[in-house]
Design a protein around this ligand. Structure first.
Ligand SMILES: Nc1ncnc2c1ncn2[C@@H]1O[C@H](COP(=O)(O)OP(=O)(O)OP(=O)(O)O)[C@@H](O)[C@H]1O
Ligand SMILES: [Mg+2]
Length: 282
């Protein structure tokens, strides 16, 4: 049967349901898988509630941006995903967070495993006061990898994936503190990649960087989403619009709107989203 005949046959045997080309494209991609499914998440610091009834899915191999005014709970939400928020002793939570269908609080999933799989990059580059090599090899060493040849491979691959190998391959023994801020941030990304995570949480990773380093990290994020799922907090609307597939708008601890990035920026459903993205508040 020719391709054309096949096409005709399948359209004849199909139902009468018509779908838009965009929808068809979506369907061809198959069902979207979520790495995180958050349901009715509430979070308190002592008696102060910081997150209210957050329900949100994080799709696999996409970039999800989180925007919203200072203090609205973006970092708190991000740190809830890998349980880093529990480092604050007064924190209490309710609701469920599932990582790849496993409840991160209930199922047999240890905090160590979760934090390995769900890495984090912070606003200020925070390398250890060690060589570039030792920074990147740190996580694998903690996991018991001792052989130099294997560590060499991991360090090279992670620095390549973080788009900084060419800049640093002759400076691996230099202290990471001697690098520029943009280089330090990419070393921190390499350090996160070295333990083979699945999700990378980025909390304003470019806010301390110059425009060129920012561009490098933005390009890197586009590359990384082929292998990883990325959640990025940003105060920069253009950045969210440029690099993300989905955007969530938080306000006062609530998730106000969560949509395809183009839709959220061009045609938001909620007046508060529109006010925020057009700079009327925040
Ligand atoms: N360690 C903490 N102890 C007590 N309250 C905290 C703590 N960290 C954050 N909060 C409170 O939780 C709320 C949300 O803070 P969070 O840091 O998540 O906001 P954010 O959206 O990331 O803000 P920004 O854009 O300024 O980084 C704020 O009211 C903040 O004061
Ligand atoms: Mg924050």
């Amino acid at each position: 049967m020719s391709k054309l005949q096949e096409k005709r046959k399948s359209s004849e045997s199909g139902s009468n349901i018509k779908v838009s080309p965009a929808r068809q494209q979506e369907m061809n991609k198959g069902p979207m898988k979520s790495v995180f499914e958050v349901e009715n998440l509430n979070l308190w610091y002592g008696s102060n509630q910081a997150l209210y009834e957050i329900s949100m899915q994080i799709p696999q191999n996409q970039v999800t941006a989180i925007i919203g005014p200072s203090g609205c709970g973006k970092s708190t939400y991000l740190k809830a995903l890998n349980r880093m928020v529990e480092m604050v002793p007064s924190v209490k939570t309710s609701g469920t967070i599932k990582y790849n269908d496993q409840n991160i609080y209930k199922d047999k999933l240890t905090v160590e495993y979760l934090r390995t799989k769900v890495g984090m990059v912070f606003q200020k580059p925070n390398p250890f006061p060690k060589s570039v090599y030792d920074n990147v090899a740190y996580g694998p060493r903690v996991h018991g990898i001792k052989k130099r040849a294997i560590l060499d491979q991991i360090v090279e691959k992670s620095l390549k994936d973080a788009a900084i190998w060419d800049e640093l391959k002759d400076r691996l023994n230099e202290n990471a503190y001697s690098l520029s801020g943009g280089q330090q941030q990419r070393v921190c990304i390499a350090r996160a990649l070295a333990v083979e995570p699945d999700v990378i949480l980025m909390d304003e990773p470019t806010s301390a960087l110059d425009p060129i380093s920012t561009l490098k990290v933005e390009e890197l994020v586009q590359e990384l989403k082929k292998k990883y799922s990325i959640v990025i907090v940003t105060h920069n609307m253009q950045q969210a619009a440029r690099i993300s597939d989905n955007t969530a708008f938080f306000l006062n601890g609530e998730l106000i709107e969560y949509a395809d990035t183009n839709k959220l920026f061009q045609n938001p459903d909620d007046k508060r989203t529109e006010d925020y993205i057009t700079g009327r508040f925040g």
